[in-house]
Design a protein around this ligand. Structure first.
Ligand code: HGY
Ligand code: MN
Ligand code: MN
Length: 443
């Protein structure tokens, strides 16, 4: 609609112009959710573990996260939700439905990576609570019971077990995780006790098949696609597979001044070549596969000692699990050759793995329609990050809503999503939940 063509029914035209201007600016017309309430909650949550550079360090199973969980529990109670915590520490806030149906589940996580951002997890978690508050404001009664969820230790930055809470809920992880120890000597079981749970009952957190009608997660994209194309809403087609290994290269520590260059068995030099081999292998074929060495530690770590031992991680991701396997075989071959040339022995052990997950076509359609009804453009895209919703997809249909990340930055203090984009995402979550409530389990 252009101003020139706006000559009849002036009031209607003004409304239509305002609507198209709002849509062009990426604003949802007729929002049901409160952007102010959402922003206030996100700003308060970012106080827990705040870093001087902005962003937060709020690892799963930490005192800081424990305090943040209390804040979220209170928000849920204030929203009138029936709060329960399962044996894996996952927090649920329930709102009853009018029919005896499986639950519509939506939420995210509030733990972060070391020096992470303020939006990865918090947006989907507080967004879920905001949807409940907006439904209360509008006195909406849904057919399905609804639950807002905050999953435990999604990042796996503590204990190296990603999507821990949702993995237990999906039955992918079990009591074998309880003895995993951190650098302070505490186990997962110790931390579950600190979270008020009985580790012996961990498997009670498993969600029975049929209990969940659908899982929806709102999340920042964490990549550049939406931001660069100025599209406010992403509809996730699928989530990548991930595998992580901890490798230890063992050489011989020796004097840095007296050991000739041709007689060294330098574990760090070998690890440095391994790191580049990971990059070469991952780059050697076309596709979206990625590989990262994100951690490396040389021992003894002194300027005048040749490192005798070097520990490093390898992480590989792709939508196809077979590609991850293929890349890892090639990397192992390359590490073997480097070991021989450097006089070093390298052992790698698998520490974490997450299977790929596909978005359910019905949920993808519901998200497209929900965004369309709010005047928001959409783009289909894969997720290179893993998410709790992917684990729950093992037992229920899964959908994910993405919103833009400024400059595609995430897992860093500069992670940012505009408040308008945040509100758009929560509005689309609100509308998606109502659509699914009507479309799933028809009477
Ligand atoms: O590492 C990931 O993909 C996620 O952010 N936990
Ligand atoms: Mn993350
Ligand atoms: Mn996340």
């Amino acid at each position: 609609m252009t101003p020139e063509r706006c000559f009849l029914a002036a009031a209607l035209c003004i409304a239509a112009l305002a609507l198209s201007a709002a849509a062009a600016a990426g604003q949802a017309p007729g929002r049901h959710i409160s952007p102010q309430r959402l922003q206030a909650g996100l700003e308060r949550l970012s106080d827990f573990g705040r870093n001087p550079e902005g962003g937060v360090t709020r690892l799963g199973f930490s005192r800081t996260e424990l305090e943040a969980r209390e804040y979220v529990l209170n928000l849920m109670r204030e929203a009138g939700l029936a709060v329960r915590i399962d044996a894996a520490g996952n927090i649920f806030g329930g709102r009853p439905g009018s029919a005896k149906l499986p639950v519509l589940l939506f939420g995210s996580h509030i733990d972060s990576v070391p020096q992470g951002g303020n939006f990865d997890g918090p947006l989907g978690s507080l967004g879920a609570i905001e949807v409940m508050r907006a439904l209360n404001d509008a006195h909406v009664v849904t057919r399905h019971p609804l639950e807002a969820v905050v999953w435990t230790n999604e990042e796996g930055s503590h204990f190296g077990i990603s999507v821990l809470g949702s993995g237990v809920a999906a039955g992918v992880l079990g009591p074998e995780i309880l003895d995993r120890r951190d650098e302070d000597g505490s186990t997962v079981a110790d931390w579950l006790k600190r979270y008020g749970q009985d580790p012996a009952r961990l498997t009670e957190a498993r969600i029975p098949r049929g209990a969940v009608a659908a899982i929806v997660e709102l999340h920042i994209e964490q990549g550049p696609n939406l931001f660069e194309s100025r599209i406010p809403i992403g509809v996730v087609q699928g989530i990548v597979a991930l595998k992580r290994w901890r490798c230890v290269a063992t050489g011989v520590a020796n004097h840095a001044g007296t050991t000739p260059m041709n007689r060294r068995r330098d574990a760090l030099a070998a690890a440095a070549r391994d790191l580049l081999a990971v990059r070469d292998v991952v780059r050697s074929e076309t596709g979206r596969q990625v590989g990262t060495v994100g951690y490396i530690k040389a021992e003894p770590g002194a300027a005048n000692v040749i490192p005798g031992k070097t520990e490093f991680t390898v992480e590989l991701r792709d939508l196809a699990a077979e590609k991850v396997e293929r890349m890892w075989s090639q990397i192992q071959e390359r590490i073997g050759v480097i070991d021989k040339e450097e006089g070093v022995g390298t052992q790698c052990a698998l520490t974490d793995q997450v299977a790929p997950a596909l978005g359910d076509p019905r949920l993808q359609r519901a998200i497209h329609d929900a965004a369309g009804s709010a005047g928001l453009a959409t783009m289909d895209l894969p997720s290179g990050a893993i998410h709790d919703a992917g684990e729950i997809s093992r037992l229920a249909p899964m959908g994910m809503i993405f919103v833009p990340s400024r400059d595609g930055i995430s897992h860093a203090p500069r992670e940012y999503t505009s408040w308008n984009d945040c509100a758009n995402g929560v509005e689309v979550l609100y509308r998606t939940v109502l659509r699914l409530d009507t479309e799933l389990d028809p009477p």
